[in-house]
Write a protein that binds this ligand. Structure first.
Ligand code: ASP
Length: 438
C-alpha cells in the first residue's frame, strides 16, 4: 500500500464542521496514513486564531495580568469540538497541566505549542489514529536551527511503529535541553514536509482553504487560471515575490526525496489543486506558470564614465550596503552605470546615508534615485526555451501605456523581472497575464 502524508491548516481544524470534513477526506483513502494538524484558526472574519490567543495568554501572565479567562476561551474551542463530535478523549488533564505550567512560569514556546498539541490529541481520537507527539522527534540545536537529518532519523524510527498517526505541527524540542522549540509562524507546513520525508510518502497533501495556486493574484486579475503543476523552483520565485500558499521552508525536506506536494482545498475536496514537483515534462512544456509582484522598491543608479574598466567598483558599492545592514534584491548593470534595487522598507531613513557613502566611496558622475518602483516576476520553466518572451512582455506593456523602468532575466532563466512605477503595478500584471494566457 502507498503512503500519503496530509497536513491540515488552521481553517481546516477551526471547528467541528471542519473536522468532520477532514474525517471524510482521510477515510476516503486508506493510503492517507500520517496526518499533521495546525491549531484551530479563524472560523469567520474577526475571529481569533488559537495560536494568537496563546501568545496573548503568555504575555498577560508575564505582565501579571489575569490570563485565566483568555485561556478559558482557548479551552472552550477544543471542548466545543469534542462535544459537537462526541469525541471520546480526556482534555481536562491537558488543560490542568497547561494551567499548572503557566502558573509556574513556563516558556512561551511551551504554552503556544499547546495549540497544535490539543488539536492533534483531538483529531487523533476522532480519526481513531495514534497520537504521536513531535517533542523529542523534531529536534533543534541550541540556536533553534532545525537538525534535519537527526529529525529524519527520529521521525522515521518512531513512525515505523505506527500504521496510522496524527502529529501536531509547528513545534519540536531542543536536542540538548529537551525544552519545546517552535518553528516560525505557519510552520506546520514544515512539520508535514518532515513527516512526508520520514515515512517516504508518495505524496504530501497540504490541505488548506484554497484550491491551489492561481496564475496571478485574483485581486488584480479577474478569474485567473489555476496552476495545475509547478516546479519547486518556480514556486520559490513566485513565493518570494509575494504569492503565498506554503511556508517557504516546507519545500526543502520533500524536495530532497522528490516527494511532490499537492495543495488541496478541505472545503472543495474534489478539486485537484496544484501539484508542486521537480521539473518534469508536465512543467517544462509551459511557457508561463505564474506572475507575482511586490511594491515598493527604490532604485538607486550610480553613473560613472568607464565604470566597466574600474576593478572593484561593484564590490565597493555593495560594501556600502553591507556595512549599513541593507539587503538588496537586484543589481542590474550597464557599461557606465550600476543600479541597486532595494525594497523600500529596507531603506527606511537610511537613504540619505547611503547616498552620502556612495558619493564618498564611488566618486560617481551622477546618482539618481527612483522611489516607488514595483517589481513583477514573470515565472515559467519554458521561458528560457521560448524565443520572444521579452518582446511579448514589452509589447504588452507598451500597448497598455506602461513605462518599463527595468527588465532583467534571472540567470536561472525561469523568470523575467520587470520594474514599473508602482502606480502601473496592476495594469502591468493584467497586460502581461493577458498576453500569455488565452
Ligand atoms: N498555528 C501556527 C500559526 O498560526 C502554525 C501553523 O498554523 O502552521 O502560525
Amino acid at each position: 500500500m502507498g503512503v500519503k502524508t496530509l497536513k491540515f491548516g488552521g481553517s481546516s481544524v477551526a471547528d467541528g464542521i471542519q473536522l468532520a470534513k477532514i474525517k471524510e477526506i482521510v477515510d476516503s483513502d486508506p493510503e492517507r496514513r500520517y496526518v499533521v494538524v495546525s491549531a484551530p484558526g479563524k472560523r469567520f472574519d474577526g475571529d481569533s486564531k488559537i495560536t494568537d490567543l496563546l501568545f496573548m495568554c503568555k504575555a498577560q501572565a508575564d505582565a501579571n495580568i489575569p490570563y485565566e479567562q483568555l485561556l478559558q476561551v482557548v479551552t472552550d474551542r477544543y471542548s466545543a469540538i469534542k462535544y459537537n463530535l462526541d469525541i471520546d478523549v480526556d482534555l481536562d488533564k491537558c488543560y490542568d497541566e497547561i494551567l499548572d505550567k503557566l502558573a509556574k512560569g513556563c516558556s512561551e514556546a511551551y504554552i503556544v505549542s499547546r495549540g497544535e498539541y490539543l488539536s492533534a490529541v483531538l483529531v487523533a481520537a476522532y480519526l481513531g489514529y495514534d497520537f504521536v507527539d513531535t517533542e523529542g522527534l523534531i529536534v533543534f540545536d541550541k540556536k533553534g536551527r532545525l537538525l534535519s537529518e537527526e529529525t529524519n532519523e527520529r521521525l522515521s524510527k518512531e513512525l515505523a511503529k505506527h500504521e496510522r498517526a496524527v502529529l501536531p505541527g509547528f513545534y519540536g524540542s531542543y536536542l540538548e535541553s529537551g525544552e519545546i522549540c517552535l518553528l516560525s509562524r505557519g510552520g506546520s507546513d514544515v512539520t508535514g514536509s518532515l513527516v512526508a520525508r520520514a515515512v517516504d510518502a508518495d505524496i504530501y497533501e497540504n490541505w488548506t482553504d484554497v484550491s491551489g495556486l492561481l496564475m496571478a493574484d485574483p485581486r488584480v486579475v479577474t478569474n485567473p487560471k489555476p496552476i495545475d503543476t509547478i516546479s519547486y523552483m518556480e514556486l520559490r520565485e513566485l513565493s518570494y515575490m509575494g504569492a503565498s500558499v506554503l511556508h517557504e521552508d516546507a519545500v526543502f525536506p520533500v524536495r530532497l526525496s522528490n516527494i511532490p506536494i499537492n495543495i488541496r482545498n478541505t472545503n472543495a475536496p474534489d478539486d485537484p489543486g496544484t501539484i508542486i514537483t521537480t521539473e518534469n515534462e508536465q512543467t517544462s512544456g509551459k511557457v508561463l506558470s505564474g506572475i507575482a509582484g511586490k511594491t515598493p522598491f527604490t532604485v538607486i543608479t550610480v553613473y560613472k564614465n568607464m565604470m566597466n574598466k574600474e576593478i572593484g567598483y561593484v564590490r565597493r558599492a555593495l560594501t556600502v550596503l553591507e556595512d549599513m545592514g541593507i539587503s538588496f534584491d537586484h543589481i542590474p548593470t550597464g557599461i557606465d552605470s550600476l543600479s541597486v534595487v532595494i525594497e523600500s522598507s529596507e531603506l527606511e531613513d537610511k537613504l540619505e546615508d547611503v547616498l552620502h557613502e556612495f558619493e564618498q566611496r564611488l566618486h560617481p558622475d551622477e546618482i539618481t534615485v527612483v522611489p516607488d518602483i514595483a517589481l513583477i516576476a514573470v515565472v515559467g520553466m519554458g521561458l528560457s526555451r521560448t524565443v520572444g518572451v521579452s518582446a511579448k512582455i514589452t509589447a504588452a506593456l507598451a500597448e497598455s501605456k506602461v513605462n518599463i523602468r527595468m527588465i532583467n532575466q534571472g540567470t536561472n532563466e525561469i523568470n523575467v523581472i520587470v520594474g514599473v512605477e508602482s502606480k502601473d503595478f496592476k495594469a502591468a500584471i493584467r497586460a502581461i497575464y493577458n498576453a500569455f494566457v488565452d
